[in-house]
Design a protein around this ligand. Sequence first.
Ligand code: AMP
Length: 308
Amino acid sequence: MSLTVVGSIAFDSVRTPFGERERMLGGSAVHFSLAASFFTEVRVVGPVGEDFGAEQLGVLEGRGVGTEDIERVEGGETFFWRGRYDYDMNVAHTDDTQLGVFAEFEPKLSASSRGSEMLFLGNIQPDLQRRVRAECDGADFAALDSMNLWIETARESLLAAIGETDCVLLNDAEIRMLTGEPNLAKAARALMAMGPGVVVAKRGEYGAALFIDGDLFAIPGYLLEDVRDPTGAGDSFAGGFLGYLDGHRASGRSPLDPVALRKAMAYGSVLASFNVEDFGTERVASLTMDEVAERLADFRRITHFEVD
Ligand code: AMP
């Protein structure tokens, strides 16, 4: 069991109603891999610039994430994102995106990254996602995330990438936008008709819904009293979800096992809930498995009811 992730490795400048930070460590691959590292062996693939230092690498390595395939480009600048959230923290407003070293990125995977059984194609340009999918030929389960930018600017490539994956995780609004279908359940089924057997609709603080052949499952978000920065919640969800599914293979279960998929949804929600408690990677970087287990038990208690 091992999981390769490609996605942005970034510096994020973020403002929320509860504070702001300049150039903190972020990016889809970073948030994803920190969350997934609680359950399985994770390897990150992607470029960084000269401005990316030992301190940032140390955050990933501190959680045991494999950084061998993080390529440092001489003279280059790390991907940069500037965003802000108003009181409705489900909606991120992008003020600036600088692709930096991603503009010229040629994915090169080491033999160990190519041999991972599971692959996560985090939010990056869909043609890059397709190239990594083709290179990672050891993976028997590939999942993909994306965003409105690529739905608007690279729709055909994104549809092709989706057709080559087993699982898609997108925000509910993105699923509607991509399929042109306003009803979420119908939109998710329309997405499944494009290829993936598993669709996860992420619904911000309201939780997430899982669609598989002939079944569906939905859970709320873990209700927190203090949310400071929602950046990376979707990637942390994906990391908890896929990390658990991959880690669970050790006990012989397929990633398509319906019981494992439901538990993976709960772990995804739990990891996302920790991520939003503080800015950037600050909370998840110091999180322990005991805290994860305690919150999972609490989440189960909150969502459980009896039928008489
Ligand atoms: P989310 O989980 O959706 O909140 O993702 C947040 C992360 O996505 C941030 O850490 C950003 O660095 C990253 N991001 C924002 N825009 C893009 C983009 N166009 N391509 C890749 N990553 C992005």
